[in-house]
Structure formats: C-alpha cells, structure tokens
Design a protein around this ligand. Structure first.
Ligand SMILES: NC(=O)c1ccc[n+]([C@@H]2O[C@H](COP(=O)([O-])OP(=O)(O)OC[C@H]3O[C@@H](n4cnc5c(N)ncnc54)[C@H](O)[C@@H]3O)[C@@H](O)[C@H]2O)c1
Ligand SMILES: O=C(O)CC[C@@H](O)C(=O)O
Length: 526
C-alpha cells in the first residue's frame, strides 16, 4: 500500500479520501531535517503553507510521486526540483478563492472602521468613541492589483458596496476587466487614484517588492493597502516607514516576507495597521474544499490516473485527457519504437499529428512521445512531468507539425527521430476497437499491432528471404508470433516486422544482417 505524509493540518475529509488508497501519517511541525529523514518512505506529501518543500527535501523523497498543496500558492515548493525528479505538484486553484476574497474585504472594512482596535479597547473596559471615527468605502476608489479569481470576486462585492474599481493586471484584456466592472489602468495611475489598494497577484521575481518605497510614495495620504496575497510583494520596511511618516493611512497584512512574522516594525504601529497570521484560507468551507480537492488528486495519481490541477504538467481538463488517453499510449509506444530504431543519441524529434488529431491538443501527445523516446535511457525515471525537461537537457529538439489532409485513419501520429546514427520514422494509428497499429516504418506501409518483443529488418524483397530468416531464428529457438512485410514496389526495398515471443538472444542481430538481402536489422522492446 502507498504511504502519504501529511505535514500540515488539513481537514479530515482529505485524510478520509487518502485513506482509501494509502496509509496516511499526519506529522505536523516537522523541522526540515526531520522531514528529510523520513520523506524517503513516502509516495506522496500533502502540505499547506506551513511546510517549505526545498530541493533537499525533494531529493530525499526518492519514492515521491506527488506533492499536493492544499491551497493555491505553490511558492513553498521547489517546483523545478520536483519537475526534474518527475514528481507531480498539484494545488487547489479555486478551493479557497471565496475565503481569501472575503478576508481581503474584511480587512478593508476593518481598516476603515478600526474594528480590531475598537474591539480591543472595549475589552479593556474603555468606552472611547472619538478615537475610532472611520471612513466609508462607498463611492471610494478601490485599486485591485491582479484581477484573477480572488481579485474578481473582490471586485464583484466591492462594486455592490458602491465602490469605483480600478484594476492593474497586464495579463487580462480590457473587455474582461470591463465585464467585472473594473477600469484597467497602469499601476502608477492605480496608485495615484485609489483610496484602497488590494493585492491579488502571485509572488514572482517581477512582483517581489512590487510595492516599494517609490510606489508607496505615489499613493494618496488617505490610502490604505491590503495584502492577502503573498508576503514580499510589499517591502515591509518601506511600508512601516510610509505608515510612521503618515505618507499613507493604513495597511492590513495577512502574509509576510517571512512567516511566522518575527521582529517587525509593523507590530509597534497603531490602529492604522492590522496584522493577521495568514488566515486568508482559514474558513471551514475553504479547508474542506482544498483538502478534498488535493486529496482526490493524490489518490488519483497513486492509482495511476491523471491529476486535474497539476502545476508542472500540461494542464488539461479531465474530459480532454480521457479523450486523449488512447493516443497518449500510441504516442508513447511510437516514441519507444523510433528511439530504439534510431539508436544512439537522438538530436531531433519531429512529431506530426495527422487527420483528426491535427485539430487536437497536441502538447500532451508530444510529452508522451518524448517519454517513450527517453525510456531507453531513463527507464522508470522518465514520466509525463519530467520528459520535456529531460529532453531539453539532452539537447533533443522537438518540432511539432500538423497535417489534417492525411485521411488513411481517423487520426494518426507520425514520429521521425534523427540522431547520430541516422533518421528513422514510424507512424501509428488507433483502429476501430481502439487497438494500436503500426502503419508505417521508415516509409514502408505495414499494419501490425506492436508487441513486447519485435524485430524489424530492412531488406530486398526477393524469394526465399523470409524462409531464411525464419530458419535462422528457429535455429536459435526464437518463436515467431507474427510476421509482415511492407513494401512499396515488388522486389524493391522492404521492411519486415516480426513479433517474437521472447527477447532476441544476444548476438543474433549480427547473424540476421549476414543473411543475403538483409541490409539492416533492429530489435526492440516495447
Ligand atoms: N492569504 C491566503 O491565505 C491566500 C489564500 C488564497 C490565495 N492566496 C494568494 O492570492 C493570490 C491570488 O490568487 P488567485 O487564486 O486569485 O490567483 P489567480 O492566478 O487566479 O490570479 C492572479 C492574477 O494575478 C495576475 N498577475 C500576475 N502577475 C502580475 C503582475 N506582475 N502584475 C499584476 N497582475 C499580475 C494574473 O494575470 C492573474 O490574473 C496568490 O498569490 C495566492 O497564493 C492567498
Ligand atoms: O494553507 C493556508 O492556509 C494558506 C493558503 C493560501 O496561502 C493559498 O495560497 O492557498
């Protein structure tokens, strides 16, 4: 049975799902060294934002197949290291959208009405109504930085509260922003005009310290800023300075450059600052959503199925993936075959999608072909996650073409591999019953289902050659299960495809090539 480690608190609903297919150990608050020590035993790791999954942890996770982040941000996972090691990283892109949006809105209203400090004063037995005179958000301008899932929900609610909405998001269209009721503007204009600014962007090299001293200086003195996205998008020292100097009116933070928040000038500031301990996703509903979403994906991957929200393999919805599945198998088989025919080092792989396939999502098929191609070199180490990166590192160039005019089969796939030993090509299709057929080898038409052990020859089509080859294999006790010749013209060049029951014993290939008329021979294992 597989083993899953859950290293941050997650909802029981997730544990129940994982327990259907795995032994689940919940061990929270592990130090990095402790995690490194035990991670080697586990097939899957499930985390929230508390666990930093570093390269060292990933490298120690020699059995890991999947890392599941019960939440959106995967910035606490070294995704490139996981990809390199063939580990799928999944998240829950939508499970906590509402929770995070509502937290940002709660922060905005709390900042406006000083609710945390007013509450604390009453609890101290005070009755101070002067200190906590606030501001209304009605008819004020809200600047939303990042108009994705959370930003859009914030926009909808803020609009209903009568706010004017500006948005900065270089990756969305003006039309989309308008649909949401926002005017798309550049960041400078947003900073200059907004009374409230809320951040809903990922943390990337471009967004780190996006809100720095210079940009804080562009904000209005009455402006308040909210960060429920990621720590480090605001430069905390610059923010503390801007607040102390009265350059802006307030800030509410849920996330910090370093978590838990350590020594910070922000702690000593007054009612204009609200700090929460990364609570954006902390609602019962969101925790159930993300736990179920990610646990289901871990369960599926452990059962050999695809994950629906993998961040490091081509994103496809499950319906498309289901439809492509037989073709993925075809692509992988052809990749394995052409890789073995090409032998040596492959430098270029040409993937041609033909017929109906030409209109299909091709990326997964290319990945599957590469996985097959690299199998010879990497065996079980190559998978859909790392095939592209492994190919790139080996200097394999991939060209993808489409030809809808090929009508021999509903959809067929043609792979051509060029390497240090020459060029070889294979074509395959799925027949009516969904069975894979090889339909062309090196330009010669054939129609054979692939089998585990095969021999291919390139020979001169002439009387007696099949008999000679059959006798030769027989003399080595090799049993032929099926045989087919593909030729373009009678007595011209031809290929022979033989399925044999066992691997070809060592040394026989050289004997085959000695048969008069046979120019070349290849043995493959599929
Ligand atoms: N506080 C929490 O507990 C909590 C909970 C959930 C999500 N989050 C964080 O909230 C953020 C937003 O999540 P989401 O689900 O809305 O993500 P999303 O991917 O749906 O939206 C992000 C948006 O940011 C935009 N963007 C990217 N780079 C940008 C840039 N340089 N400038 C402006 N816009 C840019 C993208 O185009 C996209 O529209 C993420 O950082 C996520 O990790 C925090
Ligand atoms: O795990 C959490 O509670 C935080 C999650 C949140 O930051 C996210 O990115 O989804």
């Amino acid at each position: 049975m597989s083993k899953v480690l859950v290293s941050d608190p997650i909802d029981q609903a997730g544990i129940d799902i994982l327990s259907q297919v795995a032994t689940v150990d919940v061990k929270t608050n592990l130090k990095p060294a402790e995690l490194i020590e035990i991670i080697g035993e586990y097939d899957a790791l499930m985390i929230r934002s508390g666990t930093q999954v570093s390269k060292e942890i990933i490298e120690a996770g020699t059995q890991l197949k999947i890392i599941g982040r019960a939440g959106v941000g995967v910035d606490n996972v070294d995704v490139p290291a996981a990809t390199r090691q063939g580990i799928v990283v999944v998240n829950s892109p939508e499970g906590n959208t509402i929770a995070a949006a509502e937290h940002a809105l709660a922060m905005m209203l709390s900042l406006s009405r000083y609710i945390p400090d007013a509450n604390a004063s009453v609890k101290r037995n005070e009755w101070d109504r002067k200190t906590f005179v606030g501001a209304e958000v009605y008819k004020k301008t809200l600047g939303i930085v990042g108009l994705g899932k959370i930003g859009s929900h914030v926009a909808g609610v803020a609009r209903a509260m009568g706010m004017r909405l500006l948005a900065f998001d270089p990756f969305i269209s003006t039309e989309r922003a308008e649909q949401i009721g926002c005017q798309l503007v550049d960041l400078d204009l947003l900073l200059q005009q907004a009374d409230y600014i809320t951040l809903h962007i990922p943390k990337t090299p471009e967004t780190t310290h996006l809100i720095n001293a210079e940009r804080l200086a562009k904000m209005k003195p009455n402006a308040r800023i909210i960060n429920c996205a990621r720590g480090g998008i605001i430069d905390e020292d610059a923010l503390a300075a801007a607040l102390s100097e009265g350059k802006i009116a307030g800030a509410a933070l849920d996330v910090y450059e370093s978590e838990p928040l350590g020594e910070s000038k922000l702690r000593s500031l007054g009612k204009e600052v609200i700090l929460t301990p990364h609570l954006g996703a902390s609602t019962t509903e969101a925790q159930v959503n993300v736990a179920i979403d990610v646990a289901e994906q871990i369960r599926d991957v452990l059962l050999g199925l695809a994950a629906r929200s993998a961040v490091n393999i081509p994103g496809l919805n499950p319906d498309v993936l289901e439809e492509l599945k037989p073709y993925m198998q075809l692509a992988e088989t052809l990749g394995r075959l052409v890789g073995q025919l090409a032998g040596g080092r492959v430098e270029l792989l040409n993937v041609r999608l033909q017929g109906e396939l030409a209109t299909n999502k091709s990326q997964p098929l290319v990945v599957a072909a590469l996985k097959g191609l690299l199998y010879q070199a990497l065996r079980e180490r190559v998978n859909y996650v790392n095939a592209t990166i492994e190919a790139k590192e080996r200097g394999i160039r991939v060209i993808e073409t489409r030809d809808a005019s090929v009508k021999d089969y509903a959809g067929s796939l043609h792979l051509e591999a060029t390497g240090s030993l020459g060029t070889h090509s294979v074509t395959g299709a799925l027949l009516g019953d969904g069975e894979i057929y090889l339909t062309n080898i090196d330009g010669f038409p054939i129609s054979v289902p692939p089998s585990q052990y095969m021999v291919f020859t390139l020979h001169r089509d002439m009387p007696g050659i099949i008999g000679k080859l059959g006798s030769l294999l027989g003399s080595f006790n090799v049993n032929i299960a099926s045989m087919q010749v593909g030729r373009k013209i009678v007595r011209g060049d031809a290929v022979m495809a033989l399925s044999i029951d066992d691997p070809l014993p060592d040394g026989i290939l050289t004997e085959i090539i000695k048969v008069p008329g046979i120019r070349d021979a290849y043995t493959v294992t599929l």
